[in-house]
Structures are given as C-alpha cells and as structure tokens.
Design a protein. Structure first.
Length: 93
C-alpha cells in the first residue's frame, strides 16, 4: 500500500514556498505560503491577485504589497509550487 498523506500535511510541506490558489469565483492568487490553520485560512506574502475586470472580462494582475490573510471558506484549489495562471495551459503558457 502506498504511503498516504493527509491534506493538512501537504499544505504544511508547502510553507515557505510558492503556492497557486484558486478561489471560489474567478479570482486566483500566487504567493509565498507563511502559515495556515485547521480551517485552511492562509497567510501569504508577496501575493499577486489575478481577477477578471468586470467590464471587459480581461484578467487584471494586482500585486498585493502586504501580508494577506485568505478565508479558507473561499479557497477551492491549492497548487503547491504552482506559478499561477500566466504559466498554465489555459493561458497558453
């Protein structure tokens, strides 16, 4: 039987490294994971937010200059080591 890893263990291994986060809705973030709790509330440094412009639908990239806290209820997918939408197949990168 293969070794099993629990979800929170996987997130714990990602502390200090870059992580790509897909939020419920259409917002995505990339940043350095600094910490988390049992509810998957996340603390990020050096985060960049990718969100569609309400008028044009074009993706807007916003560099967030401070440490941020994300509510775990809004997190849909975590990709440890992910580079974000710019490097994804969907973006043609």
């Amino acid at each position: 039987m293969a070794n099993r890893i629990l979800p929170l263990e996987l997130i714990d291994k990602a502390i200090g490294s870059q992580i790509w986060i897909l939020m419920r809705g259409q917002t995505e973030l990339v940043g350095t994971l600094r910490g988390f709790d049992d509810y998957v509330n996340l603390v990020l440094d050096d985060a960049v937010e990718y969100a569609p412009d309400a008028r044009t639908g074009e993706i807007v990239k916003t560099e967030l200059k401070s440490e941020i806290l994300l509510n775990g209820n809004h997190v849909a997918v975590l990709v440890p080591g992910g580079t974000g939408p710019e490097g994804s197949l969907a973006a043609g990168g």
